[in-house]
Design a protein. Structure first.
Length: 187
C-alpha cells in the first residue's frame, strides 16, 4: 500500500498542524489543533472532529504507520533527530528542512498513539498541604508533583501532574486544574 503525505503546514497559532494523507485513491485532510490551556488537542479529519479509538483514527494511524515504515531509514533517523532537538534550526540544509517538515507528521502520529488515546485523568485531590501552598501564591498556580519523586530531587516536566489555579485570596479554584499533557508518572 502506498501512502502519500502532502501539504504539510504548521501554523503560528501555537502549533496547529495540517497535512493531507492519500491512500487507496482517497485523500483526507488532517488538522491537529493547537492545545488550549492544558486541554487535549482536537483532531479533525476532513473537517470532522475525530474521537479517540474511532474508525477514522484507526484508519489514519494505519496510513501514517504505513507511510512512516516506507520512509528510508536515514530519513526516519533525521526525523527522530529533529524531534529530539530543543531549539531552532539556523540555516538548515535541504535534508534538514525536509526532516523538519516530515517531523510534523510524525509528531501527529506519536500524539495520536500517546496522549490522544490515553483516557483523561481526574484532577488530583486538593490536600491541606496544597491549600497552605496556595496561600503563598495568590493569583498564581500550585503545582502537583508526582509523589513517587523524592523530596529535593530535580523535577522533570514528565513528573508534574498539573497545576491548580489560585485566586486573589490564595484559595485554589475548584475547577481550575490544568493537567500536564507531558506527565508520565505514577498517578
Amino acid at each position: 500500500m502506498t501512502v502519500q503525505i502532502t501539504g504539510i503546514e504548521t501554523f503560528r497559532d501555537g502549533g496547529s498542524i495540517e497535512f493531507y494523507v492519500e491512500s487507496h485513491s482517497v485523500r483526507k485532510h488532517v488538522w491537529l489543533d493547537t492545545p488550549f490551556k492544558g486541554e487535549p488537542r482536537s483532531l479533525l479529519v476532513d473537517n470532522i472532529k475525530a474521537a479517540p479509538h474511532s474508525t477514522g483514527v484507526d484508519e489514519l494511524l494505519r496510513d501514517l504507520d504505513a507511510w512512516h515504515a516506507n520512509l528510508p531509514s536515514e530519513q526516519r533517523h533525521a526525523i527522530d533527530e529533529v524531534l529530539q532537538r530543543n531549539g531552532p534550526f539556523f540555516n538548515p540544509t535541504e535534508a534538514e528542512s525536509r526532516a523538519i517538515e516530515l517531523s510534523r507528521v510524525v509528531f501527529v502520529q506519536r500524539y495520536l498513539r500517546g496522549p490522544f488515546l490515553q483516557p483523561a485523568r481526574p484532577a488530583p485531590r486538593i490536600t491541606d498541604e496544597l491549600r497552605a501552598e496556595a496561600k503563598r501564591h495568590a493569583n498564581g498556580w500550585v503545582y502537583v508533583i508526582d509523589p513517587a519523586l523524592s523530596v529535593g530531587e530535580r523535577v522533570p516536566p514528565a513528573a508534574i501532574v498539573g497545576a491548580w489555579r489560585v485566586d486573589a485570596d490564595g484559595d485554589i479554584v475548584a475547577d481550575g486544574f490544568q493537567a500536564n499533557g507531558r506527565y508520565r508518572g505514577s498517578l
